[in-house]
Ligand binder design. Structure first.
Ligand code: GLP
Length: 238
């Protein structure tokens, strides 16, 4: 794991977008895994202005089950609003897990389309307060493929800030599995703020533990972790 501790959120976003831009410059038809949440918003803001998505192929990590794709809080909506509507990406190269219809079939098809594109070159990840990656909650298997997942109370609470009330937060999602994520050739995880400090510490300095999903990344051979000083505050070694 290569760790970059940046001064603040803006510098974290700058560093993360520079890494992604470098990958795209090296391979214009990059297979790029994308994440949602507040953390990548700054990164997307920069990529919108500076990156060339003409040939880039994207695969998003996850989507809620129980709200439609055009719901303003769906991850489909988020991605178009924060990135896709503003870049020159070919719409047929955009992939986001579908929570419509047969989830099991959609999940298998999703993993197969990643495979058909030659696998993910670079996967961008955020980090849940409970160290989830994608929507892989504590207890998720290391070799899990894309599928339907039950969200934990901690994640529902954390994500309720976007909804009118906690009862409106979907309780299920479709997510790439940890196995799917681990197959990416390289990974870029970003995290910001004190709320993530414990998860960051457990991910980097803790044991590999099924209850700390992000700790599995210790086994991956090409991981860049870009965090701000607040998120790094519990780390012993800096
Ligand atoms: C969400 C998403 C994750 C994201 C995480 C952190 O539940 N499924 O992909 O990384 O929570 O979100 P945020 O960046 O808003 O803190």
């Amino acid at each position: 794991m290569k760790l970059f501790i940046m001064k603040n959120y803006d510098e974290m976003s700058r560093k993360a977008s520079d890494i992604i831009k470098e990958y795209i410059n090296t391979k214009p038809n990059l297979v790029l895994g994308l994440a949602t949440g507040s953390t990548p918003e700054g990164t997307y803001e920069i990529l919108k202005k500076e990156a060339n998505f003409k040939e880039v192929i994207t695969f998003n990590l996850d989507e809620y089950i129980g709200i439609s794709e055009n719901h303003p809080l769906s991850y489909h909506f988020y991605m178009y609003k924060n990135l896709f509507n503003h870049v020159d990406i070919n719409k047929k190269n955009i992939h986001i897990p579908s929570s419509k219809g047969d989830i099991e079939k959609n999940s298998k098809d999703y993993d197969f389309s990643i495979y058909k594109k030659g696998g993910i070159d670079l996967q961008l990840l955020g980090l849940g307060e409970n160290a989830h990656i994608g929507f892989n909650e504590p207890g998720s298997p290391e070799d899990g493929s894309t599928g339907s997942v039950q969200l934990t109370n901690s994640t529902i609470n954390a994500n309720s800030r976007f909804f009118e009330s906690k009862s409106q937060v979907p309780t299920k999602a479709i997510s790439m599995g940890i196995g799917t994520i681990m197959k990416a050739k390289s990974i870029l995880l970003i995290a910001s703020g004190l709320k993530k400090a414990q998860a960051v510490k457990n991910m980097i300095e803790g044991n590999i533990d099924i209850n700390v999903p992000a700790s599995f990344l210790q086994k991956h051979s090409n991981v860049n972790i870009v965090i701000d000083e607040d998120a790094a505050s519990f780390l012993k070694k800096k």
